[in-house]
Design a protein around this ligand. Structure first.
Ligand code: GDP
Ligand code: ADP
Length: 398
């Protein structure tokens, strides 16, 4: 089992017995001990968490937010920055190997106020230096959808669209699950209450929202996420842990906006009037709030698209710039984990296979982004061989 550096046998209070062979780990954070992996019910198929409060000598069952990782044959746990625990599952696929249990991040503090209970949150780690998600806002009819479609068509492996939920009716050519998840208001309201949404807003009389899952699906595919949301939604995302780039698309004139909206011919006259009324407010807020990193005027479509690509740093030749990672992290139950600065060194145990290869995984966390309620991105993983490669600090492995 991996080393749990924040925890020492002599500080282990009586009554806190761990299952052997990496099934359970314990990490001490302040006066609390987080026991990860154990469960009262032997039949559980996910990694559970319980907390031992050293000051009261009592067990706490926390509210657990986010998708729980499936149980594996073992795992290691390492405390990072005092507010999140990295959990490394043995012998797992690389997209299921690294998980973060947040215990004291700003998101946890906010959730604890809502729940009135101790909260922990799971966030899956995603390998790769995926760039920041892109939030695109602007009034109805300005050309957001047109610009996003062009981007997705030119760079299909690079971008993924966050499919929002909405209570509005589908337009003729819109497909459920592709353009939007068309939803009942009651279902959407319940899901919002259950914390399944990153943000939501009432726009033109309907409810729109970005589910946590919509963003996770894109991150899991190793793609950069694009969100087409209104200014209220952009403001909510700004306040969330999703570290995004915010772009506002503005029309060359209000008259041109009205012309485009009418020419699109997807709304009734009443709906057009409502959209135009809201457009004035959106334009005011978009341009003056300081919320947006970039404001692009969509006058000539091709010029605006070029500006968008420049803003996103897309030049010729970046289309296929993709790093590949090992599909499987072949980590045996016997392994050692240590942390030096922002790097986690994972030394495989003395199994026959490892004797032969003597390889070590290095997980670089220096570009870590995001976190609960979404994925934790920017993890870099590589394999090294300490006997042949020079690895900074490898002699500190225990
Ligand atoms: N806050 C928020 N706004 C959204 C979301 N999805 C779409 N919107 C916004 O809702 C508004 C109306 O979208 P839509 O009904 O597709 O009409 P369109 O903008 O005229 O194409 C637009 O400003 C979208 O950016 C979402 O998930 N959250
Ligand atoms: N630069 C442009 N010049 C002229 N028409 C445009 C331009 N950009 C988009 N359009 C057209 O304007 C209409 C509204 O664009 P759309 O992408 O649906 O806007 P949004 O998603 O912002 O509501 C569409 O019919 C689209 O073809």
């Amino acid at each position: 089992m991996g080393e749990a550096p924040a925890f020492f046998a002599d500080s282990f209070p009586s009554g806190v017995d761990l299952k052997s062979k990496g099934q359970e780990t314990a990490i001490c954070v302040g006066s609390k001990i987080y026991v990860i992996g154990g469960a009262d019910q032997e039949s559980t198929s996910v990694i559970e968490v319980r907390i031992f409060d050293k000051s009261s000598g009592e067990w706490i069952n926390p509210t657990v937010v986010g998708t729980k990782p499936k149980l594996s044959n073992g795992h290691s746990a390492v405390l990072l920055n005092g507010d999140r625990i990295l959990v490394i599952k043995v012998n797992s696929k690389s997209d299921d190997c690294f998980w973060f249990l947040e215990v004291g991040t700003p998101f946890i503090k906010e959730q604890e106020k809502t729940h009135g209970n101790e909260v922990v949150a799971w966030s899956k780690g995603v390998l790769g230096n995926v760039e920041k998600p892109i939030v695109i806002s602007g009034p109805s009819g300005v050309g957001k959808g047109t610009l996003i479609s062009k981007l997705m068509k030119e760079f299909p492996s690079m971008f993924g669209f966050s499919v929002s939920h909405t209570t509005r009716a589908p337009r003729e050519k819109e497909q459920n699950g592709f353009h939007y998840h068309f939803s009942d208001r009651s279902v959407m309201e319940r899901d919002i209450k259950d914390g399944k949404f990153l943000e939501f807003a009432s726009v033109h009389g309907n409810l729109y929202g970005t589910s946590v899952e919509a963003v996770e699906v894109v991150a899991d595919a190793g793609k950069r996420c694009i969100l087409d949301i209104d200014v209220q939604g952009a403001r909510s995302v700004r306040a969330s842990s999703l570290d995004a780039i915010f772009i506002f698309i503005s029309p060359p004139s209000f008259e041109e906006l009205e012309k485009r909206l009418r020419a699109r011919a997807t709304e009734t006259e009443e709906q057009i009037q409502k959209r135009l009324r809201n457009a004035r407010a959106e334009l005011d807020q978009g341009k003056s709030s300081g919320l947006f990193d970039h404001i692009l005027v969509n006058d000539d479509l091709e010029s605006c698209y070029e500006n968008l690509k420049n803003t996103l740093g897309l030049t010729e030749g970046v289309k296929t710039a993709h790093i590949t990672y090992p599909e499987l992290v072949d980590l045996p139950v016997e392994h050692l984990v240590s942390k030096i600065d922002q790097k986690i060194f994972i030394k495989c145990g003395a199994t026959e296979y490892q004797k032969a290869s003597d390889n070590m995984y290095v997980l670089d966390l220096s570009l870590l982004k995001g976190g609960a309620p979404g994925r934790t991105r920017g993890l870099n993983l590589y394999v090294t061989n300490p006997s042949t490669d020079r690895v900074n600090g490898d002699n500190q492995l225990s």
